[in-house]
Design a protein around this ligand. Structure first.
Ligand code: ADP
Length: 525
């Protein structure tokens, strides 16, 4: 009987379900948006009940769709990936949330975080959790919800969105999360992979509300329909896994509105000095590790430690990348659609000395300057819209190169290729610039849904759908993708962008960019 894996991709604006075949090809998918609530400036909420109703609806739709195409197909497992940090508290008896979910973007606990930082806890929190103290993470959001709920904590359950989905998929039989989601709570010791009593005391969170922490790939429970739930990872970690960055030194960048760059650092968490976050990338369950012979080597290259059960990552955030192209379209009106930027930028051989720093909302990794604002430097009488378009694309690649540098400095591990996905990664000129500016090959995936695919891979490993990490996405009979030891990019040349730029040209471009960034910093004071 043909088997497939169902990935549930619970994002910030929509719930999606995608059914993948063995080779990682999407067979069917369904998607529903849900409401966003902005009750006060800086507050963002979701109705967790609506998250569940949209997620269960798209799950049923995707399964029905795939069954209508191939009636004999069997769903072998479910993998879950989710918007991270978003916080839900519900009543264990009724299963009803006590309030709306507080979304990752929500800033209401910023003052609480300032208090923690002023109390001198920053180093302690960073050492234990890999995070900076920030309202972004779940811990202070949970504390906020608990402070406003008068029920006995024993009756309450906390969860990130993965926990909430599993609770509902199992009708309350399982209250769990995985190590990647736990890594984003500010309550979790990423080295021991356990909830941390000192952090719980610092944030005033009672242990009884917490889910049990599991690996990212094991059979956790079955749905009420008997399908094993077998993989969980937060969205960026799932994307790293979906890109098969399974060895230390492998990195991916997702080019969307902003960009998330994530690098596998192997079995050690790296403490960053350059504004990166450390996090657990994934942990494979004991059964999966044994079955895949993970300790016996057998990889084609790279560090053997990356084959151990738990893998760490460094993560960098760039606030504005694709959004700078939107600005060219909507703010300047020099293009009508985002893809038109490619032809406009390609109409000039270089940016004519123009540097665009799209620090519209400040600068993230590695600068972390909330007061930086956008600049265009180096304008002359000869500057045209094409030069500005080209400099804007370059800024996306240059910001990414800065993050890759920070990762290599912090980890001491060289990154020898970058795997890419997201809306702006369809731009060939941008990808060539990225290869030129970072000085490493850029490999564009054929399956754009790498986040959902990562969740499907994690679940597929746990149920024996895949033998091991080298088996992910391999087509055994016939098909387009190759797998494992011979990455598909090497055999499908149109997906690889290799550096063409001379070292001196690269150095002068990066030096000019660094000067542009200095001019953008500290502007909004
Ligand atoms: P998100 O998930 O953040 O909404 P997507 O992955 O859908 O983002 O990517 C959309 C972003 O990519 C937009 O900001 C858009 O401006 C940008 N984009 C889309 N196509 C191109 C292109 N061909 N060249 C450059 N940027 C593009």
């Amino acid at each position: 009987m043909p088997a497939a894996i169902l990935a549930l991709d619970q994002g910030t604006t929509s719930s999606r379900a995608i059914v993948f075949d063995e080779a990682g090809r999407p067979l069917a998918s369904a998607q529903r948006e849900f409401r966003q609530f902005y009750p006060q400036p800086g507050w963002v909420e979701h109705d967790a009940t609506e998250i569940w109703s949209t997620q269960s609806a798209v799950m049923a739709e995707a399964i029905a769709l795939v069954k209508s195409m191939s009636p004999r197909v069997e769903i072998a497992a479910i993998g879950i990936t989710n918007q991270r940090e978003t916080t839900v508290v519900w009543d264990r008896e009724s299963g009803v949330p006590v309030a709306n979910a507080i979304v990752w973007q929500d800033r209401r606990t910023a003052a609480m975080c300032d208090g923690l930082a002023a109390g001198g806890h920053e180093t302690f929190v960073r050492d234990r959790t890999g995070l900076v103290i920030d309202a972004y993470f779940s811990g202070t959001k949970l504390r906020w919800l608990l402070d406003r709920c008068d029920r006995d904590p024993e009756r309450l359950a906390f969860g990130t969105i993965d926990s909430w989905l599993v609770w509902n998929l199992t009708r309350g039989a399982a209250h769990i999360t995985d190590v990647t989601n736990a890594s984003r709570t500010m309550l979790f010791d990423i080295h021991r992979a356990e909830w941390d009593d000192e952090l719980l005391a610092l944030l005033g969170v009672p242990r009884c509300v917490l889910p049990q922490v599991k690996s990212s790939s094991e059979i956790y429970a079955k749905t009420t329909d008997g399908i094993p739930i077998a993989g969980i990872a937060g969205d960026q970690q799932a994307s790293l896994f979906g890109q098969r960055c399974t060895r230390a030194g492998m990195a991916k960048n997702t080019y969307g509105t902003g960009s998330f760059v994530v690098m596998n650092t192997g079995e050690h968490a790296v403490s960053s000095k350059n504004g990166l976050l450390a996090t657990i990338a994934w942990q494979l369950g004991d059964g999966v590790v044994r079955a895949s012979g993970a300790h016996s080597g057998g990889g084609t290259k790279g560090a053997p430690e990356a084959r151990t059960t738990r893998c760490y990552a460094l993560e960098g955030s760039i606030f504005i990348t694709g959004a700078a192209v939107q600005w060219l379209r909507d703010g300047l009106g020099i293009i009508r659609t985002a893809p038109e930027v490619e032809a406009l930028a390609a109409s000039v051989p270089d940016s004519g000395g123009v540097v665009v720093v799209p620090a519209f909302t400040g600068l993230g990794t590695p600068h972390w300057d909330a007061y930086a604002r956008g600049t265009i430097s180096g304008i002359t009488r000869g500057t045209s819209a094409a030069h500005i378009a080209r400099a804007t694309l370059e800024s996306i690649a240059l910001q990414t190169a800065d993050v890759l540098d920070a990762m290599q400095i912090d980890s001491g591990i060289a990154i020898d290729e970058l795997r890419v996905d997201g809306g702006a990664s369809t731009n060939d000129l941008l990808m060539q610039m990225q290869a030129d500016i970072a000085g490493i090959p850029v490999i564009r995936t054929r399956v754009p849904e790498t986040t959902a695919l990562g969740a499907a891979y994690l679940a597929g490993l746990a149920v024996g759908f895949y033998r091991d990490l080298d088996d992910l996405g391999v087509v055994r009979a016939s098909g387009a993708l190759s797998g494992g030891g011979a990455p598909e990019a090497r055999t499908t040349p149109q997906l690889v962008f290799t550096p063409q730029m001379s070292a001196s040209e690269r150095a002068s471009m990066r030096e000019r960019w660094a000067r542009g960034v200095e001019r953008a910093k500290g502007w909004a004071i």
